[in-house]
Design a binder for this molecule. Structure first.
Ligand SMILES: NC(=O)c1ccc[n+]([C@@H]2O[C@H](COP(=O)([O-])OP(=O)(O)OC[C@H]3O[C@@H](n4cnc5c(N)ncnc54)[C@H](O)[C@@H]3O)[C@@H](O)[C@H]2O)c1
Length: 337
């Protein structure tokens, strides 16, 4: 099976590509290597993949319509896992256009490529941020998600709507993956675990938003990857009765599916910080701050649908996950414990 992984130089994309290649699939990865964060980390992730047999990398911006058309026509992918995006909630307040270019134009170009080349299954990254102002937890895919609180979230919700249209009009099987706060080795420098670890090791205080009164369904990257690998095989089919008997947002007569991929249990921000402190063997100095615009106080994934479809329930808790991250962080930066 030949699989396209977009965003392959990214955190989740590089971890997924390594797993798929080890499983014996032929992997082609694209990425534009943008400088949203340290490009040398993206290059180091790619260098790691170069050692594997069946992975190839193509540098391409998904907003380049002709380039994407050509890639799909030349390569003839069986399946596509589309993870490239402008990520980050806070950055979307200051750089909105980056989200439109990567997440809307890029997503459309991928949909068009899949449609014209009859790709068997498109899986794409959505986000827990689509739940926006929702109060009822755990968050379930049958809930309405019409109240995003950041442009980032709005583009992810738009991705789901665009995918639904292509599933309906062209019979393209699509699966949207709502990831919940992903962390782990090779993680993103703009995210909490990386920022906290770096600051603690450098003896600087850490910024703790909403005075620590937040919780997240933190999900270890290998659990995310296992969910994607299993869902790659769960190709949605058309369901002529859906929408008639039940107008739940995650059901449709089109070959369209949505899943939460999250650990399934929320962890308080202070407990998360304590897990990092324990892994580092050092206490942090806290700089308590108010809530940031665009942020939500809590997330919590209902993972029943994922379990029903794949038999998989994410496993790794934050203590173990933080320890694995810190091991990686130290070895990547050559820091002796
Ligand atoms: N990490 C999380 O906690 C999390 C949570 C929810 C959803 N997601 C989503 O999962 C996906 C992967 O996230 P990640 O954490 O690996 O982020 P990441 O930033 O590490 O990876 C995304 C990659 O996409 C590339 N990219 C961006 N715009 C591109 C374009 N126009 N053309 C080609 N490549 C482009 C970037 O260079 C980057 O390497 C994203 O869609 C993100 O929105 C991530």
């Amino acid at each position: 099976m030949k699989v396209l992984v977009t965003g392959m130089a990214g955190f989740i994309g590089s971890t997924l590509a390594a797993r798929l290649a080890r499983d014996g699939l032929e992997v082609v990865g694209v990425d534009n290597l943008n400088d949203y964060y340290d490009v040398s980390l993206k290059k180091a992730r790619l260098a790691r993949l170069e050692k594997l047999q069946n992975v190839r990398f193509v540098r391409l911006d998904l907003a380049d319509r002709e380039g994407v058309d050509r890639l799909f026509a030349d390569e003839r992918f069986d399946r596509v896992v589309h993870l490239a995006a402008q990520a980050g909630v806070r950055y979307s307040l200051t750089h909105p256009h980056a989200y439109v270019d990567a997440n809307l134009v890029g997503h459309l170009n991928v949909l068009e490529g899949c449609r014209h080349q009859q790709v068997e299954h498109l899986l794409y990254a959505s986000s827990s941020s689509v739940y926006g102002m929702n109060q009822v937890v755990p968050f379930a895919t049958r809930d309405n998600v019409d109240h995003p609180v950041s442009l980032y979230a709005a583009t992810k919700k738009a991705n789901e709507l665009m995918a639904h249209t292509y599933s309906h009009l062209y019979g393209l099987p699509t699966t949207g993956l709502r990831f919940f706060t992903v962390y782990g080795p090779w993680g993103r420098p703009d995210m909490a675990m990386f920022l906290f670890t770096k600051a603690i090791l450098e003896g600087r205080p850490i910024d703790v938003y909403n005075h620590g009164e937040m919780s997240r369904d933190f999900t270890y990257v290998d659990d995310i990857v296992e969910g994607i690998v299993r869902l790659l095989e769960v190709v949605p089919s058309a369901d002529p009765d859906a929408g008639v008997v039940d107008d739940s947002p995650d059901r449709s007569s089109a070959p369209y599916a949505l899943y939460n991929i999250g650990h399934g249990s929320p962890v308080g921000l202070m407990d998360f910080i304590h897990a990092i402190e324990a892994a580092l063997g050092r206490k942090a100095e806290y700089n308590f701050l108010p809530m940031q615009p665009g942020d939500v106080p809590r997330t919590w994934a209902d993972t029943t649908a994922l379990y029903r479809a794949t038999g998989y329930q994410p496993r790794i808790g934050v203590e173990e996950g933080a320890a694995r991250f810190v091991d990686w962080y130290r070895s990547y930066h050559g820091i002796v414990a």
